[in-house]
Every structure is written in structure tokens, then in C-alpha cells.
Design a protein around this ligand. Structure first.
Ligand code: MD6
Ligand code: FE
Length: 210
């Protein structure tokens, strides 16, 4: 019996692209330094899920004109200021903008860069990225630090899923039919990288919002 993870019924939707090792070690270190500068201005926080009021295990911050945010009463949305400092989000790191330009053909510049910080047992449940007003542009993600098991499914929760490893420097694109594919992080593999100061994993997701 094949395990669910190697289910032959699973095929990624068109528009899904995994680019392993897209950033070399030097580029990863430079991007890490740029992200640290963002996090000094815009400290990571644990956002709260709508309705349940549960805090997310992943710490978050943002860069760009708009940042993804959630709290108990407001729900999932984009906001122009850091919820605690009230300041506008810092600019999107240059290396991240370079990656967007390199992997999206004619999409306008990204408006939002969500920064996910995984420490300890943090993980992210299966979700769709669907809080944007327009799904024409892809979502581009960059992984830094510890390896993680990423789970990818189809556009309905019922469809089969498959998990695979994301490593530091990998770039993942959800565009076209895969733009609304369900996905999540099952777990991070601690101690598999020394890139992130204090350990753990950082994922940047770049998006058009409006
Ligand atoms: C993560 N990534 O890798 C979570 N979303 O930590 C995402 O939620 C994601 O990797 C949209 C497109 C690519 C992604
Ligand atoms: Fe996502």
C-alpha cells in the first residue's frame, strides 16, 4: 500500500513551481541580514485567529505597502501599519524583490511581503492564500534557515495532498491554477541550518494584494 505521501493520484496543479537552491549561500546571508533589519523596525508578533481567538504558533511581521494580519474580531486582512508600533511596514528587502522579478514574467511589483518566523514546534495548518483582491499574480515564497515539510494539495480541502521538503534558499511559486491550492507546513526540522540567528526557519511570501 503506498503511503498517503506518495499517493500516485497526486499531481501538482499547473502553475506550481519549486526552484530548489534558487538563492546561493551568500545571497541567503544577505537576504537574512535584510530581513533582520526589517524585524528590528517591525518586531514579530503572534497573530490571533478569527472566531477561535487562538494565537498562531508562527510569529509574523511584514514588509511592503501592505501587511497580512489577523486578530479575533477583524479577521484575515491587509493593513498598512504594524499593529503594535503603528508605523508603516518597512520596504520589501531588495533580494526578495529581485527574486519576484526573476520568477514572475510580467507581474507588477509585489505589494506585500509576509514574514513567517518558525521557532520550536511552530507549524502552519493547511490553508489557501485568498485574502487578496486579485489572484492574477502568483504568490512567491522564499525559505531561509531550517528545513521544513511543506504540504501541497488541490483547490479543495478534499483533494489528496503530498508533502516535500523545503530547504534554505528554495523558492516556491503558486501561480495559475495552483494560485489557490491548499498548502501548509507540517513541521520544521530543527537544527538543519545555522542561517537564522537563534535558530528556526523564516519564510517570506510575496504577493500582489489589490
Ligand atoms: C511557509 N508558506 O512556507 C508557508 N503560501 O512557511 C505559505 O504559506 C505559502 O510557501 C503561498 C505560496 C507559497 C507559500
Ligand atoms: Fe500560504
Amino acid at each position: 500500500m503506498p503511503r498517503a505521501d506518495s499517493d500516485t493520484a497526486f499531481a501538482p496543479l499547473p502553475g506550481f513551481r519549486l526552484l530548489p537552491g534558487f538563492l546561493d549561500a551568500a545571497q541567503q546571508r544577505e537576504l537574512m541580514a535584510q530581513v533582520q533589519a526589517v524585524l528590528e523596525d517591525a518586531p514579530p508578533y503572534h497573530a490571533t485567529m478569527p472566531k477561535s481567538g487562538q494565537k498562531m504558533s508562527v510569529a509574523m511581521s511584514n514588509a511592503g505597502a501592505l501587511g497580512w494580519y489577523t486578530d479575533k474580531d477583524g479577521g484575515y486582512r491587509y493593513v498598512a501599519q504594524h499593529p503594535k508600533t503603528g508605523r508603516p511596514w518597512p520596504a520589501i528587502p531588495g533580494i526578495a524583490r529581485d527574486v519576484w522579478r526573476a520568477v514572475t514574467s510580467d507581474a507588477p511589483a509585489p505589494e506585500a511581503c509576509l514574514i513567517n518566523l518558525y521557532r520550536g514546534a511552530a507549524k502552519m495548518g493547511l490553508h489557501q492564500d485568498r485574502d487578496e483582491a486579485d489572484f492574477a499574480a502568483p504568490v512567491v515564497s522564499i525559505s531561509l534557515g531550517d528545513e521544513a515539510m511543506f504540504r501541497l494539495g488541490g483547490t479543495s480541502r478534499k483533494e489528496s495532498t503530498r508533502s516535500f521538503k523545503l530547504s534554505s534558499g528554495d523558492v516556491l511559486v503558486l501561480g495559475g491554477a495552483a494560485r489557490l491550492a491548499f498548502h501548509g507546513i507540517d513541521r520544521v526540522l530543527p537544527g538543519t541550518s545555522r542561517l537564522v540567528p537563534g535558530g528556526g526557519r523564516i519564510n517570506l511570501t510575496l504577493r500582489r494584494v489589490t
